[in-house]
Design a protein around this ligand. Structure first.
Ligand code: ADP
Length: 402
């Protein structure tokens, strides 16, 4: 910006200097033309005798105002100087105008820098021919127009690129922080079942336990549960990784969502276990067929249920409702959990985003569940909406066009 302003100012000064010089030359040339005219005009020569130091006091005898007007306009035209100007001859000693075409700008003509002495036509340093250009500044800016506009565009582009760079740097920093959190969470989530499995298998390997089948069963069960938990975590990460690579394949079929949702809850995936959640169903949709990938559909519903359970402080109450509205099939998953603030509702579908205070009862997560849900919903040309208020609970709506 500094360089641009510097060059605009330099260019302006240069043009102004050029203009001043042109006017100076045109005024001098006007005086020369008047001398030439006087030389050709016998009467005037007689009157003037010599061009310098004419003895007669009356300058009108040396300069004909009509000739001056015509000559000055011709000369200015010849030097391509703008036409909107006023001029006059003034007496330097008395600061008074003698002749010329001046109406509004008499005082400006008297102090104008564009003047030339008429010494060669009349007495030394007595009279001056001066011109004033009221629109000179504007004219100069107009002439520089293209450079001026170019510079402003260049400055705007510079500021925009700079802002974009800073913003993207900040965004990258945020993403990098979120990725670090994700890796920390993932390590934590994987470490817990791994160490539980390792500890339990060590116990199982102990001979002392071999003759206690109930204990063997209990420990085997722990390994099974932890293994399932591990599997579901790995699946979650893999799901999103596949989406990121873009090589997902949807195998769409037409199916009824009601039995699928019911079976999902009945079969109780690993993450719903031991949560004492209360489920209720309100299947009001008459037309409940969707054309979708059933595996991904189950995943998104179980992700929403899982979140409803995870982010509850009391006994989780999950209610699943379906209904038709204007050729749409709407599935609502409602919970009585901690809710999400308006501000965070805009971000929950972003990858790695976790509400900063979302870790209730040490609930860990990867911040990829809702990102996956949104991606899959988009791939099915469906919509997802959230309604939530803090401490009251949340409703996630999936809307399929039919
Ligand atoms: P996470 O693995 O952290 O649960 P998600 O992408 O599923 O990742 O969710 C993103 C964030 O949105 C969560 O960290 C949580 O703070 C918030 N969230 C999602 N679902 C709910 C819900 N039902 N109730 C309250 N907060 C929720």
């Amino acid at each position: 910006m500094f360089t641009q302003f510097f060059w605009i100012q330099k260019s302006y000064n240069l043009r102004k200097e050029q203009f001043d010089n042109k006017v100076k030359i045109a005024l001098k040339s006007t005086v020369n033309q008047l001398i030439e005219y006087n030389r050709a005009n016998v009467d005037t020569i007689k009157m003037c005798k010599s061009f310098c130091h004419l003895s007669k006091k009356n300058i009108f005898k040396a300069i004909n105002p009509i000739i001056l007007d015509s000559v000055i306009h011709n000369e200015f035209k010849y030097y391509k100087i703008e036409d909107t100007f006023e001029y006059g001859i003034f007496c330097a000693k008395r600061d008074s105008m003698i002749m010329g075409d001046y109406k509004k700008f008499e005082s400006e003509i008297l102090i104008s820098p564009h003047k030339t002495s008429l010494t060669c036509l009349w007495q030394k340093d007595c009279y001056y021919l001066s011109a004033y250009f009221p629109d000179a500044e504007m004219q100069l800016f107009k002439e520089m127009g293209i450079w001026f506009i170019g510079s402003i565009i260049f400055i705007i582009i510079s500021i925009t690129s700079f802002s974009i760079t800073i913003l993207s740097l900040l965004r990258q920093k945020k993403i990098s922080e979120m990725k670090n959190d994700f890796i920390n969470n993932m390590t934590h989530e994987f470490k817990t079942p791994i160490s539980t499995i390792s500890l339990t298998s060590e116990i199982l390997m102990n001979n002392a336990i071999a003759d206690k089948p109930d204990k063997v069963l209990r420990y085997a069960n722990i390994i099974y549960e932890e293994n399932n938990r591990l599997k579901s975590q790995v699946d979650k990460v893999l799901q999103t990784a596949t989406l990121e690579k873009g090589n997902y394949q949807l195998t769409k079929t037409s199916f009824d969502i009601h039995p699928v949702i019911r079976d999902l809850v009945k079969n109780c995936p690993a993450q719903f276990k031991n949560c004492n959640a209360e489920f209720s169903f309100d299947f009001m949709a008459n037309y409940s067929l969707v054309y979708a990938d059933i595996v991904h559909f189950e995943n998104i519903i179980s992700n929403l249920i899982d979140n409803g359970i995870k982010y509850s402080t009391n006994i989780p109450k999950i209610s699943i409702k379906t209904y038709n509205n204007d050729n749409k099939l709407i599935i609502e998953v409602m919970d009585n959990g901690i809710g999400i603030s308006k501000e965070n509702q805009n971000n929950i579908f972003k990858q790695f985003f976790r509400v900063p205070t979302g870790d209730v009862h040490d609930v860990k997560g990867f911040g990829i569940g809702l990102y996956y849900v949104k991606k899959i919903v988009d791939l099915h040309n469906a919509k997802i909406e959230v309604e939530s208020s803090l401490e009251k609970g949340s409703i996630f709506k999936i809307i399929f066009e039919q």
